[in-house]
Design a protein around this ligand. Structure first.
Ligand code: UD2
Length: 317
């Protein structure tokens, strides 16, 4: 049994990770201000091994005291304003959440010489921006186009440099288009598949930006959790960054078709202009993660089938 801190643990990826950590017999402390996450995301998780703090990760004093007193084995930094659009509207505010709060964690570990087994910082494929070279490798050009991408890249670099300078085992991930249960479809900038899922469920019209031939590396949440657990438990995976994806390129039209097949429903689609700032194609080279033994288990069809099954079960509960 190990002790974990998960910031953003009530969010989409966080709550799925916490669920798995608890299933595996660990104790987890969550810090989440519920600005994006939802407490209901934790409903299905047995409470005896989870401590929840409704606090912002920018509450630096609180975070430092927590780290010093709890002496975590593992720290997973998922807490962020995950909306790129929000970072464009509020660059300074989101900077303190998406970057300074992470440095506060690294700095507390350094200052107090805390012994951690691994600190994992969750970054994003957004750091690659609109560089057209495909697939995206960890060594590809970094073209951060928004405050969000700058803060993600900077927090990554700080994790790696703090790690090397002060001997802290840190590692970073760059997530590609993650989808699955508990992804919040509320904003127009939510993951496209959460929006498709919500439209299929309610019969609402889905607005498709562009011709639907844009491609993404759609990655099922269970594969992401496997990757996180692998990186946390592999000592050699340190001071480095790993793409987390399937390595497969799928068009929006194809993924919608697979979703319709999985639900046996027809999506009502209206076409609109290509979204400003949208990139045409994106998919990952996952050779580096594979070299640690990672195998993505879900292609789009299987991932969507599992997502649909999960939602059906929810409805019948
Ligand atoms: C992802 C991130 C974004 C930024 C970007 C960097 C998410 C949700 N988005 O954007 O924050 O990091 O990567 O590359 O993680 N679409 C529609 N209708 C909708 C919503 C989306 O047609 O209602 C299209 C959208 O225009 C895009 C595609 O679906 O072409 C995927 O959109 P997305 O926001 O899920 O993901 P992405 O890769 O564009």
């Amino acid at each position: 049994m190990s002790k974990y801190l998960v910031t953003g643990g009530a969010g989409f990826i966080g709550s799925n990770l916490v669920e798995r950590l608890v299933e595996d017999g660990n104790d987890v402390v969550i810090v989440d201000d519920l600005s994006m996450g939802k407490i209901e995301n934790l409903d299905c998780i047995p409470k005896e091994h989870v401590t929840f703090y409704k606090r912002s990760i920018t509450d630096f004093g609180f975070m430092s005291r927590l780290l010093i007193t709890e002496k975590f084995d593992y720290i997973v930094l998922l807490g962020a304003v995950a909306s790129v659009a929000d970072s464009v509207d509020r660059p300074a505010e989101t900077h303190s959440i998406n970057q300074e709060a992470n440095i506060n964690v690294y700095e507390t570990i350094r200052k107090h010489a805390l012994r951690v087994k691994k600190v994992l910082f969750a970054s994003s494929a957004a750091v690659y921006g609109d560089d057209p070279v495909l697939p995206k490798k960890e060594t590809s050009n970094i073209v951060p186009l928004t405050p969000y991408a700058i803060d993600k890249f900077s927090s990554e670099r700080y994790a790696i440099v703090y790690g090397k300078l002060y001997d802290i085992p840190t590692v970073c991930t760059r997530f590609f288009n993650v989808y699955g249960p508990r992804q919040n479809p509320e904003s127009p900038y939510s993951g496209v598949l959460s929006i498709v899922q919500s439209c299929l469920k309610t019969g609402k019209t889905f607005k498709l930006f562009g011709d639907g031939e844009q491609t993404r590396d759609f990655t099922y949440i269970d594969d992401v959790i496997d990757a996180l657990l692998l990186l946390l438990s592999t000592p050699e995976a340190k001071w480095d960054v790993y793409n987390v994806a399937t390595g497969k390129q799928t068009s929006l039209n194809d993924v919608i078709k697979s979703f319709e097949e999985a639900t046996d429903k027809k999506l009502d689609v209206v076409h609109a202009e290509t979204r400003k700032g949208d990139i045409k194609d994106s998919f990952a080279d996952v050779t580096k993660l594979r070299s640690l033994g990672y195998v993505a288990k879900y292609d789009v069809k299987h991932g969507l089938n599992k997502y649909v099954k999960y939602n059906r079960k929810l409805k019948n509960d």
